[in-house]
Design a protein around this ligand. Structure first.
Ligand code: BG6
Length: 517
């Protein structure tokens, strides 16, 4: 039977071959918002330039804000130029791409709006030949997700794929719920309307090239897995640091905070890829089974000693070079008494044979000293200090750094003898950089891979219902406790620094230090 997901170049699942998806229409709800302009449409244009968008393709942007098709295309033209940031001569076919974009202004919180969507889709579909395949993308505020899903169901837009005929899929942006109960409820609502294999819960970190490479690094090489365990690894740090502040997203962020925004999804996804067991085969079910298994093994945080395991902070006024950075509480639309955390550090343990007693330190924040996402694996020290006679008091433990962004790559730090007649030792690094090895850095937004995958029907890099719920199960008690404690226990840090002093003290108590960048 022909694969209805793949249009031309390959009829197989051979991932070495360029796979161009079958024709389809993509409907974006919340299309007047930031995400569409910054990430989604630039990523689609990136795919278009690479010849990975099928001939039969169109986008319908849906939102309340009134735009004509032309005005929407202009807005998207600016977005593509600004956020894809290609060399000036590389936008040759942008006009051709923009002709595939349309816009409907209506109140999609009411189910009546969906008949207009149906009519418009039917009209435009014929011209573009999308063959009836539909991809719905929820880029709206999360409060609107349940209503949109229910209206899509009521309007008959949710039919599952049958016998390789048309497909319908739905992509749901984060945050998926705001705690365990709301995530379960949202899963219930969505799975009432769509089947699990039609649902794509997106976490854009999983589309980053370096994140995907974690699996290849671990399971495509024979030499690393033997020491990827408690016998050789002292601890692991996962840092997802941002230099930007809350920008113009305060109304969302005030409700969410750092843990819901970055840890529940991005940081835990990274943790699961670094620590999961090897799947027996490379497919969506096997990989996602292992990730869920890992999540089940994370030890709940002890609420009676939470300060030993978690730190939360908020930025106050600070400086970056000679630019003054405002305090979080002084940002537009933020309450002057806000207790929302903009920084968090957590210590987690994974109770299984591989990782027993190895601490995993997760750290993320807004308005930190620089933008960097990195996983640092600290190995145990050499067991015997052979070079005592050289005056050396201790020897640096080996360190593997996985640079997720910027400067994608990896480096391994080890000790070497300084050349010369004396015996002196100092750390050196062995480096792999994407641009040096492959001649170019990976694509810029991570959405390219994910949008292509969901058009192809490959859900491996999307989050399954069990993972989402397990992540909330771990974090909801902590968030509840912080909520009860209110201002008590919230630390402060100057914008442009590496977080509150309490976060350093937290590491020092364990005789360790945060990796410096
Ligand atoms: C998003 C968060 O998921 O990730 C934002 O909502 C954050 O607050 C962004 O800025 C960071 O993504 P990236 O790819 O720039 O690291």
């Amino acid at each position: 039977m022909a694969d209805s997901n793949v249009f031309v170049e390959s009829q197989t699942n051979d991932t070495r071959r360029r796979r161009v998806p079958a024709p389809c229409a993509m409907v974006i709800f919340g299309a007047s918002g930031d995400l569409t302009e910054r990430k989604l449409v630039p990523a689609l244009y990136y795919l278009f330039r690479a010849g990975l968008i099928p001939e039969g393709f169109l986008v319908i942007g849906c939102a309340k804000t009134p735009y004509t098709d032309e005005a929407f295309r202009e807005k998207m033209r600016n977005g593509v130029r600004k956020y894809l940031n290609l060399p000036e001569g590389d936008y040759g076919n942008l006009d051709e791409f923009l002709k595939k974009l349309y816009y409907i202004s209506n109140d999609f919180a009411t189910c009546e709006a969906y008949s207009e969507l149906r009519e418009r889709l039917n009209q435009i579909d014929t011209g573009h030949g999308t063959g009836g395949n539909r991809l719905f993308y929820l880029a709206t505020p999360p409060s609107v997700f349940p209503g949109t899903v229910a209206c899509l169901g009521a309007a008959g837009f949710a039919q599952p794929e049958e016998d390789g005929k048309c497909w319908t899929r739905i992509v749901i942006e984060k945050p998926f719920g705001r705690d365990l109960a709301s995530a379960r409820e949202l899963n219930r609502i969505v799975t009432n309307v769509f089947k699990e294999d039609q649902i794509y819960r997106i976490d854009h970190y999983l589309g980053k090239e370096t994140v995907q490479n974690l699996l290849v690094f671990r399971f495509g090489n024979g030499i690393f897995e033997p020491f990827w365990n408690r016998r050789y690894i002292d601890h692991v740090q996962i840092a997802v640091a941002e230099h930007i502040g809350v920008e113009n997203r305060a109304s969302y962020y005030e409700e969410a905070g750092l843990v819901r925004d970055m840890i529940q999804n991005h940081a835990l996804s990274l943790l699961s890829l670094v620590t999961m067991e090897p799947p027996a085969i490379f497919d969506a079910t096997a990989v996602r089974d292992e990730k869920a298994k890992l999540m089940r093994a994370i030890r709940p945080l002890p609420l009676d000693r939470l300060n030993d395991y978690a730190v939360r902070g908020q930025y106050v006024e600070g400086w970056s070079d000679d630019q003054r950075l405002p305090a979080y509480r002084a940002e537009p639309k933020v309450s002057p008494q806000s207790i929302t955390e903009t920084f968090a550090a957590l210590k987690l343990f994974i109770d299984n044979w591989r990782w027993a007693d190895v601490p995993f330190y997760l750290r993320s924040g807004k308005r930190l000293a620089k933008r960097i996402s990195e996983i640092t694996v600290r190995f145990r020290r050499a067991p015997h200090l052979l070079f005592k006679g050289t005056g050396l008091k201790s020897i640096e433990p080996n360190r593997l750094s996985i640079h997720i962004q910027p400067d994608e790559g990896m480096s391994l730090m080890f000790n070497a003898k300084i050349p010369g007649t004396t015996m002196q030792i100092r750390p050196v690094t062995m480096n792999f950089h994407y641009d040096e090895a492959f001649g170019h850095a990976p694509p810029s937004t991570a959405y390219e891979t994910l949008l292509l995958d969901c058009m192809l029907g490959d859900s491996m890099l999307f989050t399954r219902d069990d993972f989402v719920e397990l992540a909330w199960e771990l974090l909801t008690p902590v968030l509840n406790r912080w909520h009860e404690d209110g201002r008590k226990g919230l630390s402060f840090y100057e914008a442009g620094t590496w977080g509150p002093p309490e976060a350093d003290a937290f590491m020092e108590r364990d005789g360790r230090a945060w990796q410096e960048f």
